[in-house]
Write a protein of this length. Sequence first.
Length: 212
Amino acid sequence: MLQLFGYWRSSASFRVRLVLQLKGLDYEQHPVNLRQGEQKEKAYRRVNPQGLVPFLVDDDVHLGQSVAIMEYLDETYPAYPLMPSAPIERARVRQIVNMIACDTHPLNNLRVLHYLEQELGQSKMARDAWYRHWIDETFTALEQLLMTTAGIYCVGNEVTLADCMLVPQVYNARRFDMTLDDYPTIARIVANCEQLQAFIKAAPANQPDAQP
């Protein structure tokens, strides 16, 4: 059985759970509590030397980095494909994926926010302002792009990896009290996704390690 090491509130773990759920794949979850520092412990470092989540084990395949895992799952388990067949649409999906995975998430993940507070002495207010700034930069550009690519979902009328990236990023933005008032296309797409059972089952609040 597939094994996923992750954390309930990790947006990167959320992305992979979405792919697993959309494809109807059975998997065993191994919670790694980021708040308690379990990702830094030797036991987990033996699983993933980088000490990050998510991490996937599929028989003799051991794979880190959420986008790599998502693409591996889509190519290895082709039922319910999450990449369009047309080259330009595939490129648009990758563009959206990279806007979030490369331009936004690295600036806003938990270890960066902790560094801002604990090592650089920034206040919670300053930390949150940092977070919102980088979300706004990406969402402003993404809103304009989606106005040209979206149907029901990010690229056309089928769920793709782009939607599996967008919904977790919006989840994070809401945690920091951001609204989607300025991004109506993003809000519409996310609302459509959140009606699907796969997105409901993969949601952070519905994970076995979820906390109040």
